[in-house]
Design a protein around this ligand. Structure first.
Ligand SMILES: C[S@@+](CC[C@H](N)C(=O)[O-])C[C@H]1O[C@@H](n2cnc3c(N)ncnc32)[C@H](O)[C@@H]1O
Length: 350
């Protein structure tokens, strides 16, 4: 059981929920309701209780549990969904009381594993940055890769700042609003990839119906495009699974690093992962990531700092690049990569 005040704080101060009017409202509802906070406090240690509670409720509704709360979920009832109103909070509270058993069970067993395919752009961007100095081969590591969908970044179709990029024939299409693409590298020029590997605490099994359903439930109810993108990426990855190692990066990182050919440049990426590492473990997590650079030159990209403001004034997440020259913020992006604003510092990478 987590500290209730910490849980309340997580709901009060959560950022980045702007694309979900429903969850934006429910953040306040939960923050002010003792019973809901007590339920959310059952979220596993280190995991963010906001995503976990909303995911658990969504999972039950998507699985067909009949309840008036479903009327507010476009993912369940489609375009006929009720807009948020005065009864949304009470409906959510009633649902959580009625289904506290299955919700508790999900919170106690599942992790926040949202595999946001839009964030594959971070990995592709890292590859393109490496290509500025090397044609390859290079290695790729994603730490906290969930099902590993973003390890396939080199295979997807993109429209970045209005320009088509990548494999135009892919069933996965990622469109990112980039108002000032000037500092971006050429995203069609990638180095040869010698090896790509992911690490995750508990990689979801894409051949397992329940695991796929959990990943689907973690997509917010209004984000139908993201849900379709997830299904397409899951189908591609299930047919040709990426290499994913199960375990805590702090423990298995050195073993995975030892499998990379010494001397080869390596791109190490983590997106929306460090926030789910318990605070006391973050120094060890950072050290495990840095250790990937011991046997070869490393470019480390992290999309984790959710307290930044983009040049346009939008609140977003910082994208940090670390290499031999040090660490700097090279872009500010929406947490779901709906948009990205590169900073001049991106010109200095690699
Ligand atoms: C919110 S998901 C993000 C997944 C992916 N990076 C993305 O952006 O789509 C965070 C993932 O990190 C994993 N994770 C958290 N802590 C980890 C650790 N210490 N070692 C390995 N994986 C971890 C979780 O299991 C989860 O799948």
């Amino acid at each position: 059981m987590r500290d209730i005040e910490d849980v309340a704080e997580a709901f009060r101060t959560a950022r980045g929920f702007g694309s979900s009017p429903l969850y934006s409202r429910l953040l306040t509802v939960v923050a002010e309701d003792e019973a809901l906070l007590a339920l959310a406090a059952l979220t596993r240690h280190g995991q963010q209780p906001t995503f976990a509670l909303f995911g658990a409720v969504h999972h039950l509704l998507l699985s067909g549990v009949p309840d008036p709360l479903a009327e507010y979920y476009p993912s369940v009832v489609g375009a006929a969904a009720r807009p948020v109103d005065g009864d949304t909070g009470p409906a959510f509270a009633r649902f959580c009381a009625a289904y506290s058993g299955p919700i508790s069970s999900l919170l106690g067993t599942r992790l926040v594993q949202t595999n946001q395919v839009q964030r594959a752009l971070v990995l592709r961007l890292g590859l393109a940055l490496l290509r500025r100095t090397t044609p390859g081969p290079v290695c790729v590591v994603e730490v906290g890769c969930s099902a590993g969908l973003n390890l396939r970044a080199d295979r997807y179709a993109y429209t970045v700042g209005g320009t088509p990029v990548g494999d135009r024939g892919s069933s996965v299409h990622i469109e990112v609003d980039v108002p000032n693409p000037g500092p971006l590298p050429d995203l069609d020029q990638l180095p040869e990839i010698a090896d790509a590997v992911g690490i995750d605490l508990a990689p979801p099994d894409l051949t397992d119906v329940d695991d796929r359903a959990w990943l689907r439930a973690l997509v917010w109810p209004e984000n139908s495009h993201q849900a379709a993108q997830l299904q397409a990426a899951m189908a591609e990855a299930a047919a040709d699974p990426p290499r994913v190692v199960a375990g805590n990066a702090i423990e298995v990182g050195p073993t995975v690093a030892a499998t990379l050919p010494p001397g080869l440049p390596r791109l190490v990426v983590h997106t929306a992962t460090r926030i789910h590492v318990p605070a006391e473990d973050r120094p060890a997590f950072d050290a495990a990531v840095a250790a990937f650079g011991v046997d070869g030159p490393m470019l480390h990209l992290a999309l984790e700092d959710d307290q930044l403001v983009a040049p346009s004034g939008r609140p977003g997440c910082g994208l940090t690049a670390t290499d031999e020259a040090g660490s700097r913020t090279v872009a500010v992006a929406d947490g779901h990569l709906a948009w990205l604003e590169p900073l001049p510092a991106m010109n200095d990478v690699a």
